[in-house]
Design a protein around this ligand. Structure first.
Ligand code: WTA
Length: 659
C-alpha cells in the first residue's frame, strides 16, 4: 500500500459553513427533522429500515420475506426470495400517471434535440428488448453496450434489464484493447455500438473499434453486433454478424412483457480499474441496486415532479448508470442527456443547455468545473441560470476554490451544493448532504446517508476518533446497493474489499478524516488507482500498455497533481537497449499516442521520463512512493540506501536536475 493513511494529518483547514438556504428548506422533501427520524430508525434497526424502504420504493412481482442473507458473507444477498424487474420499475410504473411526461431531453453535440416521453421510451425499450430476444439473448446473457451518449444507450440498458440480460457498458472513450478485454471477460453474446458519436467537434469511430476488438480469434463469444445509425458515416458491415439497429427493431412490437427476475439477479457488470493490470467486472444485483439509485436520487437531489435533472456523466461510468439511466427514471424525473464535449462550440455549452432546457438540478465533476472556472465568469454570465436550484459534484475531491466558484457563479449563492462520495462498487451515493437538511462545507461530502454505517479506522481496524486524524474509509454494515462480487473472480472481490480487516468491514480504498462536527473529508485513493479528470484509471493498466510497445522494457506509472484534471499520468519508462538521450520528443510522442491507441485518450500519459532502471525494494517491488515524490517534486523521505543503484534518483528527477 503506497500511502499509510493514518499518518496523514489533514492539510485542509476549511472553516466556512453554509446552512441550507431558507427558500430551499421551505420546499424540501426532507428537512432536518425528517432526516433525523430516518437516521434514528436506521440505527435502531438496520434491516427493518431497509426492508421498509424496499417495500415502499419498489414494485415487487413476488414479495420478499428475507431481508438480508448473510450465509456467504461477505457475499451478501438482499431481499433474496423477492422478484421484480428493474425496467418495469423505471418505466411501466409511470405510464398511467406520467406517460406523456418527458423522460429524456436529448441534445446532440451538433445541436439536434429530441424529447422522449415515458410512453415513447417504454415503447422503444420494448421494441429493442424484443429484438434482442429475437437474436437469441436470454436472461443471464451478457450484452456489451459501446455507444455515444444518446438516448439509445439508455434504451439498450433498459431493454437488457427488461429481459434479464446483463449489460456491461463500455465507455466510448476506451479504445479497442480495453473494449476487447471487457468483451472477453464478460463473455458477451451481443455488442451494441454506433456508426460514430459526436465528441469534441469530430466523430468517434466506435464501430471501427468494435471491429478491431473482435478481429480474428478475439472475443469468440460475440455472435451479433448491432449498429445504431448516429453519425451517418459509412461503416463496413460484416454479413451475418452486423445488423442495423433501425432495421432490426422495425419489425418488432412496442409491447414486451418484463421477465421477472430474482432480486439478486445480476443487473449489470461495470468494469473499473483496481490495483492490478486487469479491470474488475463489478457486478450489481437488480433490486438492491435499484433501491439505492432511487432512494438517493430522491434524497440527495430532492427530486420534485417539475424538476429537470441533468447529470453530465457518460453512461460508461457508474454515475451515468445510477443518475442517468436508473435512479432519476425510477423516480419519474425528466433527465437531460448531452452527447458531446463541454467546449463545443465554446465553453458556454453547459450553461446554454441549462438555459435552453430549464435545468433545475445540475450534477457534474470537479474537473469540468475547474476547466470552466479557468475560462472566467463572463461565459456563464451570458446565460440565464435562474432555474437552477441545486448543484452536485461527484467523482473526486472538489477543492474549496472550485466549490466557491460553483456556489457563487453557477449557483448565484442561492443553490445548495451536494458533494457526493460513492464508488462503482457502492452503486449509489453513500456520503452526501441532504440539501434541505445539512449545512455544507466547501470540500467536504459531509455525513453518511441514513442506513450507511461509515467509519474511519486505523491499520488495526480501530476506529479513529480524534478530529482531523486520517485513516481508511470503511463501511461497517452491508447495504442493498453494494456490489455482489467481481465477475468470475470472487477471490479478487474478497481480497480487494474485505481481507484487510478480516471481513469485518468493506474497505473503500480511500483515505479520509472527520472534523470536529463529524464531517467526512475524502483525502484520496490509497491504492494504485488514479483519478484523471474524474475517470478511474489503474496505473498497472497503463504500465502494461507501455510495455507492450516494442521499445519498452519496463514502466512505472504514478499520479501527479494537476490543476484541472485533479491528477495526471506520469510514466517512468525503461527502454530496451540504451536509455534514449538528447531530443526524445518523437519517442515520447510515439509512446503517448501508443497508450491512447491501446486504452483510449483518457489514459494518455502527460509526462514520460526515461530512466536506466526503476527503483526497487530488495524483494523487487517498485518503490512507487519514491516515484510519486519525484514526479511531484516533493522531498524524498524514503530510505534509498537499499537501492541497487542510488544514483538512479538523480536520473528519475529528470534532465533539468542532472549534472
Ligand atoms: C473518488 C465515481 C472525493 C473516490 C462515483 C472513490 C470522490 C472513487 C468523490 C470512485 C467525492 C468519488 N469526493 N472523492 N465526492 N466521489 N470519489 O468508481 O476516490 O469512478 O473511491 O465512482 O472516486 O470512483 P468511481
Amino acid at each position: 500500500m503506497p500511502v499509510k493513511p493514518d499518518n496523514i494529518e489533514s492539510a485542509l483547514q476549511e472553516a466556512r459553513s453554509f446552512p441550507p438556504p431558507e427558500g430551499f428548506v421551505a420546499h424540501t422533501r426532507l428537512d432536518s427533522a425528517a432526516l433525523e427520524a430516518l437516521r434514528r430508525e436506521a440505527s435502531a434497526d438496520h434491516l427493518g429500515f431497509w426492508a421498509r424502504m424496499a417495500w415502499e420504493q419498489l414494485q415487487w412481482q413476488r414479495p420478499f420475506t428475507v431481508v438480508l442473507d448473510e450465509a456467504d458473507a461477505p457475499n451478501y444477498r438482499w431481499f433474496t426470495d423477492g422478484q421484480l424487474n428493474v425496467s418495469h420499475n423505471c418505466l411501466d410504473v409511470h405510464l398511467a400517471q406520467r406517460g406523456d411526461k418527458v423522460a429524456i431531453l436529448f441534445e446532440g453535440e451538433p445541436g439536434d434535440v429530441r424529447r422522449i416521453t415515458y410512453r415513447e421510451l417504454h415503447a422503444e425499450v420494448c421494441r429493442f428488448a424484443n429484438a434482442l430476444v429475437a437474436l437469441g439473448v436470454t436472461a443471464g446473457d451478457r450484452v456489451v453496450i459501446y455507444l455515444p451518449m444518446v438516448p439509445e444507450a439508455v434504451v439498450a440498458m433498459h431493454a437488457c434489464a427488461r429481459i434479464g440480460a446483463v449489460h456491461s457498458v463500455v465507455f466510448g472513450g476506451f479504445a479497442h484493447h480495453s473494449l476487447r478485454e471487457r468483451i472477453e471477460d464478460a463473455g458477451a453474446k451481443v455488442v451494441i455500438t454506433a456508426d460514430g458519436g459526436h465528441r469534441g467537434g469530430s466523430v468517434v469511430e466506435l464501430k471501427a473499434a468494435v471491429d478491431k476488438a473482435i478481429d480474428g480469434d478475439a472475443c469468440p463469444s460475440v455472435q451479433r453486433v448491432v449498429v445504431l445509425r448516429r453519425s451517418g458515416r459509412a461503416v463496413p458491415m460484416v454479413p451475418e454478424r452486423d445488423l442495423w439497429w433501425h432495421e432490426l427493431t422495425a419489425a418488432h412490437s412496442a409491447e414486451c412483457a418484463p421477465v421477472w427476475v430474482d432480486a439478486e439477479h445480476p443487473l449489470f457488470l461495470l468494469y473499473t480499474s483496481g490495483s492490478t493490470g486487469k479491470p474488475k467486472g463489478i457486478q450489481h444485483a437488480s433490486a438492491g441496486y435499484l433501491l439505492g439509485a432511487k432512494l438517493t436520487s430522491q434524497w440527495v437531489f430532492d427530486l420534485r415532479d417539475d424538476d429537470v435533472f441533468w447529470c453530465t456523466a457518460d453512461v460508461g461510468w457508474v454515475t451515468g448508470h445510477s443518475y442517468v439511466a436508473y435512479g432519476p427514471l425510477s423516480a419519474g424525473a425528466t433527465i437531460v442527456m448531452y452527447e458531446g464535449a463541454p467546449t463545443i462550440p465554446d465553453a458556454g455549452r453547459f450553461w446554454k443547455i441549462c438555459q435552453t432546457h430549464g435545468v433545475t438540478i445540475f450534477y457534474t465533476a470537479p474537473t469540468a468545473l475547474r476547466a470552466l472556472m479557468k475560462l472566467g465568469d463572463e461565459i456563464p454570465a451570458r446565460y440565464d441560470l435562474s432555474k437552477i436550484r441545486l448543484l452536485g459534484s461527484v467523482g473526486e475531491p472538489i477543492n474549496p476554490e472550485a466549490w466557491m466558484w460553483y456556489h457563487r457563479v453557477i449557483g448565484q449563492q442561492r443553490c445548495p451544493i451536494v458533494d457526493t462520495w460513492w464508488q462503482t462498487e457502492t452503486g449509489a451515493i453513500m456520503i452526501a448532504p441532504l440539501p434541505g437538511a445539512v449545512a455544507t462545507k466547501p470540500g467536504s461530502c459531509t455525513l453518511p446517508l441514513p442506513g450507511i454505517d461509515a467509519a474511519i479506522v486505523n491499520d488495526n481496524g480501530d476506529e479513529v476518533t480524534a478530529p482531523d486524524a486520517g485513516g481508511y474509509l470503511v463501511i461497517r454494515k452491508p447495504w442493498p446497493s453494494m456490489l455482489r462480487t467481481i465477475w468470475r473472480n470472487n477471490d479478487r472481490y474478497l481480497a480487494a474489499y474485505w481481507e484487510k480487516f478480516q471481513n469485518r468491514f468493506y474497505v473503500a480504498g480511500d483515505s479520509a478524516h472527520r472534523d470536529r462536527d463529524g464531517y467526512y473529508w475524502i483525502m484520496g485513493r490509497i491504492d494504485d488507482v488514479l483519478k484523471v479528470s474524474g475517470h478511474r484509471l489503474g496505473t498497472m493498466e497503463i504500465e502494461s500498455a507501455l510495455v507492450a510497445h516494442p521499445r519498452v522494457a519496463e514502466a512505472a506509472v504514478v499520479g501527479r497533481q494537476h490543476d484541472i484534471k485533479g491528477e495526471s499520468v506520469f510514466a517512468y519508462v525503461v527502454c530496451k537497449g540504451a536509455r534514449p538521450t538528447g531530443d526524445t520528443s518523437a519517442l515520447v510522442q510515439e509512446l503517448r499516442d501508443w497508450v491512447a491507441e491501446q486504452l483510449g485518450p483518457i489514459a494518455r500519459p502527460d509526462d514520460i521520463r526515461f530512466t536506466d532502471n526503476l527503483p526497487k525494494t530488495r524483494s523487487g517491488k517498485i518503490m512507487r512512493r519514491l516515484l510519486r515524490a519525484v514526479a511531484r517534486g516533493e522531498p524524498i523521505t524514503q530510505d534509498v540506501s537499499t537501492l541497487e543503484n542510488p544514483a538512479i534518483v538523480e536520473q528519475l528527477r529528470g534532465p533539468d536536475t542532472q549534472s
